[in-house]
Design a protein. Structure first.
Length: 258
């Protein structure tokens, strides 16, 4: 039979073992890119499709259709939070804007091509580009981006400030060259430097080849007549397979209100 001192010692030993044991690790924070309770991917954000070996997508993980691409691409859409729900119904048909909207909708639905919109200020060019990006991401569940040409070139140039400038520069150029839908605003508002001219040529030539190969969409907007652009790029813009649309009329901005 245990004496009182033995019982006391056993209790003390048990307490000591409990106090010195490693506390349980806290649960790991949720790190998925989809909603935690997603019924398709369980929150991971990726799924594998049952495809035949001959399919190019065989063995590759695909984004879950429930992933919020606006969040997933971390601002690369170029849209503000209040622009993510833009729809074509937001655009009034004035000054021939309906023709531009129809052309953009057609090429977006088709999945490839170039469109160049140009005309004076306040004719909904930027709104058309932003709406194309917003609706494309929501409906197609694929990446798209709205960007001003000057910002795009700055993004490419800033790669040279990174720790791996060569790799980073190539990765950034590849991103802008291959994104399925790229809408470039203020196409004409860039400083005329050797770097800007060379990078713009490389980028646009790549996207031209992709569009000709029916692989992506580029929509450009400018206040200036594309006929004034340097020959190499002008020739591509006026390719008969693509559209150049001039918008005319008075600016709609004076009619805007909160």
């Amino acid at each position: 039979m245990d004496t009182m001192s033995n019982l006391t010692r056993k209790i003390a030993d048990s307490v000591s073992r409990v106090n010195t044991s490693t506390p349980p690790s806290p649960p790991k924070p949720y790190t998925g890119i989809c909603k935690p309770d997603c019924e398709i991917c369980g929150g991971i954000g990726y799924v594998r499709q049952d495809l035949p070996v001959s399919d190019p997508g065989f063995g590759k993980a695909q984004l879950c259709p429930n992933v919020d691409l606006f969040t997933h691409y971390k601002g690369r859409s170029g849209l503000e939070s209040d622009e993510r729900d833009l729809s074509w119904s937001n655009i009034a048909d004035f000054n021939g804007v309906g023709k531009a909207v129809e052309a953009v909708q057609t090429v977006v639905e088709r999945g490839y091509g170039w469109i160049f919109l140009w005309g004076d200020f306040g004719l909904a060019k930027s709104l058309i580009l932003k709406t194309a990006v917003s609706s494309y991401i929501r409906e197609r569940k694929e990446p798209a981006s709205y960007v001003r040409m000057a910002e795009l070139l700055d993004h490419l140039r800033s790669a040279y400030d990174s720790s791996n400038p060569s790799e980073d520069s190539q990765a950034r150029l590849d991103f802008w060259s291959t994104i399925p839908l790229l809408c470039i605003d203020e196409f004409d508002r860039v400083r005329d430097t050797a770097y800007a001219s060379e990078r713009r040529f490389v980028l646009m030539d790549r996207r031209y080849e992709k569009a000709c190969g029916r692989k992506n969409i580029t929509i450009m907007a400018s206040n200036s007549d594309p006929a004034l652009i340097d020959g190499y790029l002008r020739d591509r813009i006026f390719d008969g397979r693509f559209k150049v649309i001039k918008l005319v009329g008075k600016s709609a901005r004076p009619m805007m209100s909160y």
